[in-house]
Design a binder for this molecule. Sequence first.
Ligand code: SF4
Length: 352
Amino acid sequence: MALIRAAAEPSASELEHEAARLADKGLAGLGYRDEELERAARLTWRINRLKKEKNAVIPAHVYQRPEILLGVADFVGDSYKLAKLGAASDAKTIVFCGVRFMAETAKILSPDKEVLLPAPEAGCSLSESITAADVRGLKKKHPGAPVVVYINTTAAVKAECDVVVTSANAPKILRKLYEKHEKAIFAPDAMMGKNLAKELGKTIGKDLIIWEGSCIVHDNFDAASVEFYRKMYPGVKILAHFECTPALTSVVDYIGGTGDMMKWVADHKASSYMLITECGLGDLARTKFPDKAFVPMCRLCPHMKAVTLERVLSALESPSASQRVEVPAAVAARALRPIERMFELADDKAAA
Ligand code: SF4
């Protein structure tokens, strides 16, 4: 008698087809072997089917694992782009492949949708470096100075501030604020604060008050090695994330957020690049620009890499209480205002 296979399992030919799809999407080029493709395919096949059945979407941050980015994500980008696209989608459920502050931002912008975080413990050293009480303390110490916080913050911290920024729009928004204010507060990323002060010609401690938070991935890259790599790979273009130290950002060819870095690579004709950031961006760049070479100098974010296909599947199949993201209504309402202010000041009203 023929065996009846479980409805949630792919047949042998479906599995083969799915593994071939993943290979073509770029996983083969990234070195996935046949058995790894088959393991991933077994999960992506089920996730993609459940996603349709449950009217769910999967936004994935560029630092996620390649099998998530290429196998199940509906949109890939930075936290800002993902929150906007999640809010604009008609889906009932958002399964956010990223870290907690990102899922919270998605929930603030999509209060009526169910937002799930596959790895509920996935935090962020930046967002954990500052609390709402810290922001209240800064405001008391510097009355009248607008409080600008990076999007990498908790909902409770956003609720205390005047405007949220991303690495892409922070210089533009701060310039606008300086038209009316002599002093501003920027939190929590000290490295980005220092890079911004340099770009805007402001004095730290006088015109720009910064908080001493840092990203565990970006704050330790060695600026001295840049010279070594330039000699080793003549003509290489070196790009660094805004969260890197000023010592490093002052010796590279371009600084920006992940979206800006990808755009810069697309717009330039050099044959080799180095992306100094989390390793996920380099993996994605290798699949998007197969004719360009990427010299590795990256570090893994343990929080981002806590998300696996198995955990995405479990969130979709039967989410645990800790995978459901909730933001208290009063906090969400206060946190929404500085996010909308970002859209206004960045001339990005459509995003709201
Ligand atoms: S890479 Fe840095 S900023 Fe991004 S989630 Fe990890 S710790 Fe946070």
